[in-house]
Design a protein around this ligand. Structure first.
Ligand code: BGP
Length: 458
């Protein structure tokens, strides 16, 4: 069967500043944490070892062109642009981002720009990071500077990438700096992130720029083990905490009432100011980026909560391992292609069918060298992964979902937060020693799909 996509469908991939650029003047939480606890990073490889986009951006944009990308998302590094987060703008960073943006546009690749992809300037973390409202203001200033500098040529902005992840990693589950486990502080970080988002949207609207502004959320559908009311309730609470805590504010301009009531009943609500509600209502977006990697399967808890233990989302559910689930064993994530369709249908039916696109989807695989044939990685599994997901996406579009594109994570093997280079995601293989880039089979497949705006599959 042939799967054809609408005209002007966005074909591309996503990456982020910290994971690709390399050395910079402003320190981030990642540089700071790595210097102190290198053992927390896979094989002790830190954020300095990247695919050197800062040097090789021109060559990389040529490669994007070869992959027939018509769009590409990366992020601006706040710490590169404003090394201490709040003070002087670094003119070299301005030159760098100008060159990248101009080259992308010249090559017919529409730049999609994220303002914050997990990379907090250390100077901002030192004053409390997202727990401090001054950092919210500093971020809003940074966003405004980016709009002023680049807003004439960047028409698709994203305030945050997966804002729930720094909340989970940094304040609940100990996999990002500052390694705090404290729900109330996590809720404050999440809340202030929403305020920061809304302030950036407000600044963007005030500047009357030509483009559009949105956010990228990792929407992880919550599937209950069964239709038993206790399982359904468990899935509902997981959905409130991990998806709707950001989805509702940015699409509906307000938090779900039952999430607020739940946190209130456990005394976990962040401190709010009366004017916050108006700001959040102004934070409604034009375009939603959806990152989809895996579903979340839950069931009601089997055991009673220890009231002495820290309050956690897991007070309300256990994770459920569905027998026979398809796994990506390297990343430990379930592969469930219909999830992409379920997300789009939920957006269509419950959120007014917003303009959206798949902003990340991908499969990290270890030791891909074993698949080399005639000097090229033959990553059949990745082609299968993409085409299965695209088939479900296609079904969503044919049923009226407003999905405008598909971006893969990622175009070139890059450094990952705690896994460094363990799992490779790229369309292009990176030799870390020589920095040589070699297109994988999946890259060729994607280039053909983008060119034809369609692909064939049984
Ligand atoms: C997303 C992030 C990316 C990227 C990707 C792969 O959550 O937006 O930055 O890293 O996941 O995940 P990982 O690198 O953890 O394997």
């Amino acid at each position: 069967m042939k799967y054809a996509f609408p005209d002007n469908f966005w074909w591309g991939s996503a990456s982020s500043a910290l994971q690709t650029e390399g050395a910079r003047e402003g320190e981030t939480t990642w540089d700071y944490w790595f210097a102190r606890e290198p053992n927390r990073f896979h094989n002790g490889v830190g954020p300095q070892q990247t695919s050197t986009f800062y040097q090789h951006w021109k060559m990389d944009i040529q490669l994007l062109k070869q992959l027939n990308h018509n769009s590409f998302r990366t992020s601006i590094s706040w710490a590169r642009l404003i090394p201490d987060g709040i003070g002087e703008v670094n003119p070299e960073a301005v030159d760098f981002y100008n060159q990248v943006i101009d080259e992308l546009n010249e090559q017919g690749i529409t730049p999609f720009i994220t303002l914050f992809h997990f990379d907090m300037p250390m100077a901002m973390q030192e004053i409390g990071g997202w727990e401090n409202r001054d950092v919210v203001d500093a971020y809003a200033r940074y966003a405004q500077i980016c709009f002023e500098l680049f807003g004439d040529r960047v028409l698709h902005w994203f305030t945050f990438n997966e804002p729930i992840v720094p909340v989970e990693g940094g304040y609940l589950y100990d996999f990002h700096y500052p390694n705090v486990v404290d729900f109330r502080r996590a809720a404050t970080v999440a809340y202030h992130t929403v305020l920061a988002h809304a302030q950036a949207v407000r600044a963007y609207r005030a500047g009357h720029y030509a483009g559009e502004i949105g956010i990228v959320l990792n929407l992880t559908p919550s599937y209950p083990r069964s239709q038993n009311p206790a399982d359904v309730k468990a899935a509902h609470i997981a959905d409130l905490m991990f998806n709707r805590s950001f989805l509702d504010p940015v699409l509906r301009g307000e938090y779900p009432a039952d999430l607020v009531a739940l946190l209130k009943s456990y005394d976990q609500l962040p401190a709010c100011k009366p004017e916050d509600g108006f700001l959040i209502a102004e934070g409604k977006i034009d375009l939603l980026g959806v990152n989809y990697y895996q579903p979340r399967r839950v069931k009601c808890r089997d055991s009673a909560v220890n009231p002495q233990a820290p309050f956690m989302p897991e007070w309300f559910f256990d994770s459920y391992e569905m027998p026979g689930r398809k796994m990506n064993p390297y990343r430990g994530w379930e592969i469930y292609e219909p999830g992409i369709y379920d997300i789009l249908v939920n957006l269509r039916d419950n959120y007014g069918n917003p303009r959206c696109f798949i902003s990340e989807n991908g499969m990290g695989v270890e030791n891909e060298q074993r698949f080399i044939e005639n000097g090229q990685i033959n990553d059949r599994y990745r082609i299968e992964f993409i085409s299965e997901h695209l088939a479900w996406l296609h079904k969503g579009i044919s049923e009226g979902c407003n999905c405008l594109g598909y971006h893969m994570w990622t175009f070139i093997d890059n450094w990952s937060w705690c896994n460094a280079y363990k799992n490779r995601y790229g369309f292009i293989q990176l030799d870390l020693e020589t920095q040589q880039r070699t297109i994988k089979k999946s890259g060729e497949w994607f280039a053909a799909t983008a060119l034809n705006n369609s692909f064939e599959k049984e």
